[in-house]
Design a protein around this ligand. Structure first.
Ligand SMILES: [Mn+2]
Length: 390
């Protein structure tokens, strides 16, 4: 059972937290209704990593993005836009947690070594992507193929380095009793975190919201492509018992074949969800069916392109259609209401607009991250203390 970091502010006249004091501030010093400063932590919260129940790990990573770049800037965009998120969560009030922030949420700074790793990996991946991928001739006899194979090997090695780094960071945080959220970055980013969680929760389920099935084996030659994350999870994280995919509407025939032959993967394709809705089924009933397909402990892997592209116009590989915000939120809330415990999550493929000042992608991403923090907390027993207005 999680406990609030400190006693929340008294209702009468909450003291305003500002400016940042030298010592670690407490929740009692925060005015959750006040606008926040950009130099404060994510959501304007001042919690240190030690104080926080939820630790968010930014992974600015995008070597294998194949269509449009920018998701390496996703964590920064989400952090910048997070000041817009109201900390009072009316929807989670019905579950008893209108104040997820009072349990402490902290986002780490981006690790310089990760940025360097990403830059090296992007430089090596670019010639391969520009060539349309590494091709499958015997590289020994073909200088171009040999060159591409060398680049691919380099990207694979760097991806493995990221995976190990994230595995170790996540494992250490889990050992300290933290909830961990990964903020990507492209969808290959969270593999190490999923491995660490699956080791501690054998039988783990993954709720995978995405426009793509991400079941390709080595897309464009890369072992850890953004389009291969769930194939890699199946092979590298044996503790994952089931992957439940929702919103998929863009996949290749080989992925469908893998999905159909793999009992651990269950697909709720967008076209069939829509057909059921159009035939008069309720979204709530469908959400209950999706929730019941999941084991008791669940990791949410949320690719922002699972949503309607209107909610993520700058994501790397947008696809028309997708879940509305309301549909996605009802699904997540239903999963928790059906007794599933959220043990971790990622939000990936958020990319900011190239033009400065357009925070929309980051805004949606930040709201999603806050909601996932709250849902993970409430699924683990966190409640408002004193009870909130729910
Ligand atoms: Mn994806």
């Amino acid at each position: 059972m999680l406990c609030p970091v400190t006693t929340p502010a008294p209702a009468a006249k909450p003291p305003v937290y500002r400016p940042r004091p030298a010592r670690a501030p407490t929740a009692g010093e925060i005015d959750p209704a006040a606008p926040s400063d950009a130099d404060e932590g994510i959501f304007g919260l001042p919690f240190t990593e030690d104080e926080a129940s939820v630790v968010l790990l930014p992974v600015p990573w995008e070597p294998t993005t194949s269509y449009r770049r920018g998701t390496a800037k996703g964590p920064a965009a989400i952090r910048a836009a997070s000041a817009q998120v109201d900390l009072f969560d009316i929807e989670l009030a019905t579950l008893g947690l209108a104040r997820p922030w009072s349990f402490g949420i902290h986002m780490r700074g981006e690790a310089p070594e990760l940025r360097a790793l990403n830059e090296q990996a992007c430089a090596s991946a670019l010639p391969v992507i520009n060539a349309g991928g590494a091709y499958e001739t015997d590289p020994r006899g073909d200088p171009t193929a040999r060159e591409l194979a060398r680049h691919v090997a380099r990207v694979d090695a760097l991806s493995a380095e990221l995976e190990t780094w994230l595995y170790e960071q996540t494992a250490a945080l889990l050992d300290r009793g933290k909830l961990v959220g990964v903020i990507g970055g492209d969808h290959s980013a969270p593999l190490g975190a999923i491995r660490a969680l699956a080791e501690r929760s054998p039988g783990l389920g993954i709720l995978h919201i995405d426009a793509h099935a991400d079941l390709r084996r080595a897309y464009e030659g890369f072992a850890q492509s953004h389009a291969s994350i769930m194939d890699n999870v199946l092979r590298a994280a044996p503790g994952v018992a089931r992957i439940v995919q929702v919103g998929v509407r863009d996949l290749c025939a080989e992925e469908l074949e893998l999905l159909r032959g793999e009992p651990r993967v269950v697909g709720f394709f967008e076209h069939s969800l829509r057909r059921r809705l159009h035939a008069g089924e309720s979204w709530r009933a469908i959400c209950e069916e999706i929730a019941d397909a999941l084991p008791p402990r669940v990791y949410v892997s949320f690719d922002i392109d699972g949503l309607d592209p209107a909610l993520c116009p700058n994501t790397g590989t947008p696809v028309p259609g997708g879940l509305s915000w309301r549909e996605a939120m009802t699904l997540l809330v239903t999963v928790v209401e059906r007794g599933r415990e959220l043990v971790g999550f990622d939000v990936v493929e958020v990319a900011p607009a190239p033009a400065p000042g357009d925070e929309w992608d980051g805004n949606v991403g930040a709201r999603l991250v806050y909601r996932l923090c709250g849902l993970a907390l409430v699924s683990q027993g966190a409640r408002d203390e004193p009870p909130g207005p729910g």
